[in-house]
Write a protein that binds this ligand. Structure first.
Ligand code: SAH
Length: 348
């Protein structure tokens, strides 16, 4: 069966030609799927019944089931645990900001990257998401909120650049004027530093915001907590980042999760400032989320670290921690769900 929600308008046109249907139906179908966002072919009332039948025979419309929805009592942050058609689970987090709703979405079921502090990777890697599964997280959250999603961050489960083709397809679909029409300027993509793919992204010259999960100031320290650094070291990574900014003129955001006694000293703040000197960038300091069974603990030096960076002229903000009562940081809910299933299986 064809995953019709992952198809672009030109692809729909050639598919319709195969079905011996007129090409102008492509835009109509696209608009039903991505603008009106219906979940069945029967609702596509301006299509002839014969075409609807052909579509039903050949295609599926991806949808996600909300398996659990948690609402934070602290700040209204909403976390969705979605079930995919094959029974796998992913998460999205909806956050309210003064300028609108932002949604943090997943790009893979699990993750291969193995970062020491991250819950998503601990539950293992299963598969890539399709473009339609990435997209449907946005549509489903918008439906549930009754409001348009104004910005997207690709910082949920998975490494987006390890699922490059589907993520690029998603970026094309989500910004299509015949669909959600969300500007790339309202989308951030976060990567642990898959340098080859950053270079490929540079070639595409998109206006998205690139976020780099840096978390360390030298190769030994970074390789110890982020295995990807053993493949591409910090010099290669920062070179690729400079090329990205030269090409796109976009400011890069560096993520730095402060871990007690690991990367939060005054000396490391100085080193970070030196590394980023002269780059068009912004530093996002993240208070580490405590992950079960991890020996890594949150730093108590967040404000001091920020001040030190600012004294060198860097702009650094501390990420507001949202949804602290609902396991809002990525991967934690999926992990719990998997553990409960395991327990359930062991008991029965
Ligand atoms: N794979 C991508 C995107 C997913 S992670 C990446 O690595 O960037 C989104 C962000 O959350 C990354 O900056 C990641 O390093 C960070 N992160 C993961 N676990 C965390 C934790 N326990 N506390 C704080 N930040 C964490």
């Amino acid at each position: 069966m064809i995953d019709i929600k992952s198809m672009t308008i030109p692809e729909l046109e050639s598919f319709l030609t195969e079905l011996k249907q007129p090409k102008f139906r492509a835009k109509q179908i696209f608009s039903w799927l991505h603008e009106k966002r219906v979940l069945s072919f029967n609702e596509m009332t301006n299509l002839p019944a014969s075409l609807r039948e052909q579509l039903k025979e050949n295609c599926t419309i991806t949808s996600l089931t909300v398996e659990r929805k948690l609402v934070s009592q602290l700040d209204g942050t909403v976390k969705y645990l979605y079930r995919l058609a094959d029974g796998q689970h992913i998460e999205s987090v909806r956050m309210a900001y003064e300028h609108g709703i932002s949604l943090c979405i997943s790009s893979q079921v699990g993750c291969k990257m193995g970062c020491a502090f991250c819950a998503s990777t601990k539950a293992g890697f299963v598969r890539n998401l399709t473009a339609s599964e990435i997209l449907e997280q946005v549509y489903a959250a918008g439906r549930d909120a009754g409001e348009r999603i104004g910005s997207i961050v690709m910082m949920g489960i998975g490494e987006p650049l390890d699922n490059f083709d589907q993520v690029m397809r998603f970026l094309e679909l989500v910004s299509d004027p015949n669909g959600l029409n969300l500007s790339h300027r309202h989308i951030s993509l976060s990567t642990c530093g898959v340098v080859d793919r950053i270079r490929e992204l540079t070639e595409k010259d998109l206006q998205i915001t690139l976020s780099i999960s840096l978390h360390a100031t030298d190769d030994a320290a970074r390789s110890a907590i982020m295995p990807v650094n053993r493949r591409w070291n910090m010099e290669e990574l920062l070179d690729a980042c400079r090329e990205y900014t030269d090409r796109t003129h976009r400011r890069i955001s560096y993520e730095y999760a402060l871990i007690s006694g690991v990367n939060d000293s005054r000396k490391q703040a100085e080193e970070l400032a030196a590394l980023l000197k002269g780059m068009l960038c912004h530093v996002n300091l993240i208070p580490l989320n405590d992950v079960a069974e991890s020996p890594l603990k949150p730093s108590r030096r967040v404000a001091a670290f920020q001040k030190r960076l600012e004294s060198h002229g860097l702009t650094a903000t501390v990420r507001r921690s949202l949804g602290g009562d609902i396991d809002a940081s990525c991967g934690q809910l999926r992990r719990k769900e998997m553990e409960e299933r395991k327990k359930g299986a062991a008991e029965s």
